[in-house]
Ligand binder design. Structure first.
Ligand code: 6PG
Length: 250
């Protein structure tokens, strides 16, 4: 599993922007479209800002990019906690995208199960899928929490066991709120998963996940195993500080 450790969040974001540009070019050549899943939280914000700037912005055929989210909070799209809102402010507001390129999760709906079902229907429509088929994304950005959650697949939640649906609503006890999240079947069908992990509070979990003994307690992030795709880890030095030296010398 290629692991890159960066000197800080900005260097990590620059490398992630470079990766986005490169994968977008490949996807355009292959199928004429890039279907990308964006992660939430604070880590990817710098990436979104960089993609709106040079030397990245002009190297992407933006009209052929379709944006999705790995998860969303149950807040309106203009709420400070909205994962869509973060991208809208940092990137979309600087581009001239068509509405149909942006496939946000309408998690502000009163019924989160309905929001999840609507998102699944959007996935089926966009990818031309019949019931039960799973979308294949070209590029998926994911983060990781100190508890090993990714997207909104939190430890001890039913969403971890979801094997049929592509998106579900999940009650997250520790947050006292619902979330809407893509599920393992979708992530496991992706062509490329990139974990972006920063912050010293994640160092122990990252060591367990990347170097722990196989029988270590399973973290949700370890459930993500693309059958026919690659997994890349982009880590800043504070999150990677407990990884063995050999990783650093790569
Ligand atoms: C969310 C994310 C979540 C996030 C991790 C890391 O909606 O919060 O999808 O999975 O990626 O919690 O968040 P930070 O980047 O803020 O540490």
């Amino acid at each position: 599993m290629p692991i890159r450790i960066f000197d800080g969040p900005d260097k990590l974001a620059q490398a992630a922007a470079e990766l986005f540009v490169g994968r977008a070019a490949l996807a355009m050549k292959a199928g004429g479209r890039l279907d990308v899943v964006l992660s939430g939280g604070s880590t990817p914000r710098r990436l979104f800002e960089l993609l709106a700037e040079e030397p990245y912005c002009s190297r992407v055929d933006w009209e052929a990019v379709h944006f999705f989210w790995g998860d969303e909070r149950t807040v309106p799209p203009d709420h400070p906690d909205s994962n869509f809102g973060a991208v809208n402010e940092a990137l979309f507001s600087k581009l001239d995208l068509a509405e149909e390129q942006i496939h946000r999760i309408r998690a502000e709906l009163a019924d989160p199960d309905r929001a999840a079902a609507a998102y699944e229907a959007e996935l089926r429509r966009h990818f031309g899928l019949s019931e039960g088929e799973v979308p294949r994304f070209d590029l998926v950005f994911l983060g990781m929490g100190a508890d090993g959650h990714t997207a909104s697949l939190f430890p001890g939640t039913a969403a971890l066991e979801e094997s049929e649906r592509s998106a579900v609503a999940v009650w997250v006890e520790k947050l006292g709120t619902h979330r809407v999240t893509l599920t393992c079947p979708v992530f496991d069908n992706a062509a490329c998963i990139v974990f972006l992990v920063t912050g010293q509070e994640k160092a122990e979990t990252l060591r367990d996940v990347l170097e722990g003994a196989a029988e270590m307690p399973g973290y949700p992030v370890q459930l993500i195993r693309p059958r026919n795709g690659e997994v890349l880890w982009y880590i800043d030095k504070t999150a990677g500080r407990l990884l063995s030296r050999r990783r650093w010398d790569q």
